[in-house]
Design a protein around this ligand. Structure first.
Ligand code: CO
Length: 150
């Protein structure tokens, strides 16, 4: 039997920015975000990230997040993206799955190019990316759903 992709919630939309500090001001003052997390470095990915919460259907701040991404020195990939998009721009979409290795097998069974082995992502669970050329032009991040911390 072929492994099956189990599509979970849209966890976050990755937005590259030349300055997380400037983007925080935008999300607070223009978009009215009320919950902006502390930025932190993710050296394994060569980025600094900052999550902005949006409300879910129940009005609580548990909806899809915006992941602001700023390259750390030496990150060629995001730097190249910003060279093409100097003001920043949408970089990737991230969907949750219940089991990361099953999802990877499902994509590979369909000939989709998984970029590297699953590794720890910004939410502390395993993630991988799938090549945008195999995904309708969208760089796609797949992350294992965090186990309920409560
Ligand atoms: Co992401």
């Amino acid at each position: 039997m072929k492994p099956k992709m189990q599509l979970g919630r849209l966890n976050h939309i990755g937005v590259a920015t030349p300055s997380i500090a400037d983007s925080i001001v935008f999300w607070r003052d223009v978009m009215g975000a009320t919950k902006i997390h502390e930025p932190f470095d993710l050296p394994e990915q060569g980025v600094k990230v900052c999550f902005v919460d949006t409300p879910g259907a129940d009005g609580a701040l548990n909806g899809t997040q915006i992941e602001l991404i700023e390259p750390l020195p030496g990150n060629a990939g995001i730097a190249a993206f910003l060279a093409k998009n100097p003001a920043g721009g949408q970089h990737h979409m991230c969907y949750e799955v219940p089991e990361i290795h099953a999802a990877k097998a499902a994509f590979e069974a369909l000939g989709k190019r998984v970029l590297g082995e699953p590794r720890i992502g910004a939410h502390g669970t395993l993630i991988f990316f799938v090549h945008p050329k195999d995904m309708g032009g969208v760089l796609t991040e797949i992350m294992e759903t965090p186990k309920a911390a409560h």
